[in-house]
Design a protein around this ligand. Structure first.
Ligand SMILES: C[S@@+](CC[C@H](N)C(=O)[O-])C[C@H]1O[C@@H](n2cnc3c(N)ncnc32)[C@H](O)[C@@H]1O
Length: 303
């Protein structure tokens, strides 16, 4: 999707993720995913078997996507896991080695240490499905356009899950905190900062699309003749579950840090909000909803 790779520059800090965070979010991700989209992907891929299916997972991290998808899709399967973080890729390679496809056959797995902006135009050639989870809200408009073009050229299906939609709510049974909206707006603005290192061809990146990424990708793929399904896949967290409470607490800290970076003049206000919302999480009956989109697209007639 750009010039062939020359070197891997240090990634932008907002695109580096801790393995502990990925493990913490994985159960909520699994529960949130829009299952009907997997079935659409399954049915489309069934028409392509006869040779091993070639599946590419972008921003694979520790391999959550192949773990979830491999047993839900037909086989035989060969996965290529792409990420710019070598430590996460090593984790993914190790943990995906024992995966089986929907028919119980072991899947093939290899890894590619590559930044998204260094992917070449024909890297998807011969692939049947390109997937990503919790990734495309980080990319900019230019990358998304090149991505939609590359998928259409390859004629592959596309399954992009758990992209933030910009909404979250904390319900502790009290009146909504007046500063939830302030922090959410600051956080969403922070998500739309520049996070890239250019496109490998000398062009600099634009601002990340954040919550606009999934609907924008839907539009771009439809323009390429794809049949696109967009579904909600919210995290629904309850503080009476220790794992979900820990995830909610980590979210709260992340929202505070991003909002304070975005609005340094409002640091005291954000700190006071964080303290109030920590009290809400200390109750056993608090609910937190964090909105996401899942997107599935299969090739149709290209205009
Ligand atoms: C939020 S994590 C999601 C990981 C995994 N897909 C999951 O659902 O657990 C985003 C992943 O994308 C990778 N990533 C982010 N920006 C990237 C880029 N520009 N090029 C390659 N990998 C990137 C990160 O290293 C990380 O593994």
């Amino acid at each position: 999707m750009s010039a062939p790779p020359r070197r891997l520059d240090a990634p932008h800090p907002d695109t580096v993720f801790d393995a502990g965070w990925l493990a913490l979010r994985r159960p909520a991700d699994t529960a949130a995913r829009a299952d009907p989209l997997n079935r659409l992907a399954h049915d489309w891929l069934c028409s392509r078997v006869g040779r091993p299916l070639r599946l590419i997972d972008l921003g694979s991290g520790s391999g959550a996507n192949p773990h979830y998808l491999a047993p839900r899709l037909p086989g035989p399967q060969h996965w290529q896991l792409v990420d710019h973080d070598p430590a996460l890729l090593e984790l993914a390679q190790g943990s995906c080695g024992a995966l089986c496809d929907g028919d119980g056959r072991p899947v093939g797995v290899d890894t590619l240490l590559r930044a998204l902006h260094m992917l070449a135009e024909d890297d998807f050639a011969g692939s049947d499905l390109v997937s990503a989870s919790a990734l495309i809200d980080l990319v900019d408009e230019g990358w998304l356009i090149r991505f939609a073009d590359a998928c259409a050229d390859a004629g592959c299906a596309v399954l992009i899950t758990l992209s933030v939609d910009g909404h979250w709510a904390i319900d502790d049974g009290e009146v909504v905190d007046p500063d939830d909206a302030f922090v959410r707006t600051a956080f969403n603005a922070h998500q739309q900062r520049h996070k890239g290192a250019g496109d490998g061809a000398g062009r600099t990146s634009g601002p990340a699309l954040g919550a606009r990424a999934a609907p924008r990708l839907a539009t771009l793929l439809e323009a390429q003749g794809y049949r696109v399904t967009l579904a909600d896949s919210p995290w629904l967290l309850h503080t009476d579950d220790p794992g979900q409470r820990a995830l909610a607490a980590a979210l709260l800290d992340g929202w505070r840090a991003a909002a304070a970076e975005q609005c340094p003049h409002a640091a005291a206000r954000i700190e006071a909000w964080h303290a109030r919302r920590q009290l809400a999480l200390a109750r056993d009956s608090t609910r937190i909803e964090v909105g996401h989109f899942d997107l599935y697209a299969e090739p149709g007639v290209r205009p």
